[in-house]
Write a protein that binds this ligand. Sequence first.
Ligand code: ADP
Length: 395
Amino acid sequence: MTDRILTINAGSSSIKLALFAATPMLPMLVRGQIEGIGAAPRLVLRAPDGTVLDQHAIEPARVSDHASALDALLASLAPHLGRDLVAAVGHRVVHGGATFVAPIAVGDTVMSALRALEPLAPLHQPHNLAGIEAARRAFPSALQVACFDTAFHRTQPWVSDTYALPRAYYERGVRRYGFHGLSYESVMARLALDAPDVARGRLVLAHLGNGASLCAVSGSRAQATTMGFSPLDGLPMGTRTGQIDPGVLLYLMTEDGLDAAGLADLLNRRSGMLGLSGLSNDVRTLEAAGTAEASGALDYFVAHTVREIGGLAATLGGLDGLVFSGGIGENAWRLRARIVEALGFLGVDLDVAANRRSDPVVSIPGSRVVARIVPADEEAAIARHTAAFARSERP
Ligand code: ADP
């Protein structure tokens, strides 16, 4: 019998879960997810190499919320768990506010503190917390650990952390929290193993997926990031605007009478590459479409990503490494080539063939700035935090 560590990533209509052996190398044993909670739920369980172990649709009435979804996933996981004990459950929590700068064990007091942060991330935090509640019921004696997407950025200096509002707003929590922190932690951990010299340098980490952000790192510490108070700021994304003049919002409120709900819908769901293309938020679809609007959306994504990377390189006083992750960063070689080539003036030299193959290193040998691809592995980051916590709690 070996202790197991479970990680849970609960979104609005999905739960992703992964099971690890609590041994020093923390090998992943199995991972699974349910999508379409409350609508058309579908469960998939996979081996670490991606082989499908179980896949089936579930009657919507049986999986109507996070608790029943977790039950269904655990039932499918049971043969892989056997008589082993889930000693700790690690959770992805999008917002830790200004207080939570590191993972923390969740009891009733912490749960209340996390609930108080819901207004800061209304689209994500309630679902993350529903996942914790479900896990507390399913594993009452296991340690529950919350791991935060904001925590990685808490080392950034005040000038990166604040807005130029009256100071009282910073004090009451209107700050640039930044997100994708667990992805960045996993990238830095991998880089420290594969390329320790690069990991110690001045880096821009580019998490480019449906949600997209950049993080400037030096001395392995976060210095600035493109997402801010919410995950809306910075780069253009699949359906989110990214950076926008707040004057546009004032104009739409005054001229069109848009209220908070209307603006939230426009900025979060109808903008970005979907809004610009009028077609899709998906880079593969846009690349295949070849229409002027689809190309324009991709051009906008490349131009603004280049501009923001340039800004962060200035913040760092120069650049030693550029690291791509996320669905676009890891796979969309055409966009990656355009971004790296536009940044040639910073000293990064693209290896065209390596980039086409999406190799781990996509700059030529001798390029002053190294460009690499490091797949994000948020589950591994959560498992590492949770295992460390479980070890430190042991009498
Ligand atoms: P999320 O933020 O939802 O986790 P992902 O990291 O999965 O998103 O990234 C999704 C994006 O990655 C989509 O725009 C998708 O088109 C893009 N993508 C994935 N694979 C490829 C590929 N082979 N070529 C181009 N784009 C890709």
